[in-house]
Design a protein. Sequence first.
Lengths: 147, 134
Amino acid sequence: MTFSFTPIIGGALIGLSATILLAFHGKVAGISGIFSGALSGEALSWRAPFLLGLLASGVIVPLTGDQLGLHEAFSNSVPRTLWVTGLAGLLVGFGTRLGSGCTSGHGICGLGRASKRSLAATLTFMFTGAVAAFVTQHLIFDLIKQS
Amino acid sequence: MSTFISLLSGMIFGLGLIISGMTQPGKVIGFLDITGDWQWDLMGVMGGALGVHALTRLFVIRREEPILGGAFPRFTLEVDRHLLGGAVIFGLGWGIAGFCPGPAIVSLATLDANIVVFVVMMAIGMRAAKRLQS
């Protein structure tokens, strides 16, 4: 692996975004909560533009091309059959609602306010994430990869 | 103003996810799988985000209320089995596909079938959890 500073810079932007949302709207920048709330049609006045901004970043940033070195934005995909991807999506959706948050809500906003709940959740999903990544990469890789 | 702020923070959030490498599932799985070619520099995402957010929020919460009105959120304090069970399940999905909710939504821009399926199933999973809890 070649070390890169870009994760820290990107992380700083994420932290800044979370503070802007808190300062102006008094809301937590937890993506799973924002997405599922919007699905239920709750408080769309701030949720819808936030999600639109997220979507727009995915369209606009790659257009900047090589100048920012961001042309690899969506590279590095992993070979998974659609069934496996769908199962993973189901687990992520179900788990984040049952557990009231995802990487952003618990891992950044929650830890940012020193919440014990979020620390417990973050350590837990980091651990099971590591287990799942190990199992999929080393034990059952040939079964689930897209041919 | 209110709409613009939301849109702007969504865009900054997405830009941060892209710059940090979180929209590259192979990189995320390389971080979670510590036995492979460990992509430990992804720890910097949480480091950078936490560092900035934890510090800047201290200035924010000195205020009585948010700049555009309303109230600051109140939080549950207990660690319960829903929280931990949910985190277990979320982690498994994250480790299998390398996507958590934010990067998946940003990656919809690619219109890749895998991403679309992931987000649709994620939405179904959220509805199911909500129904179960109500």
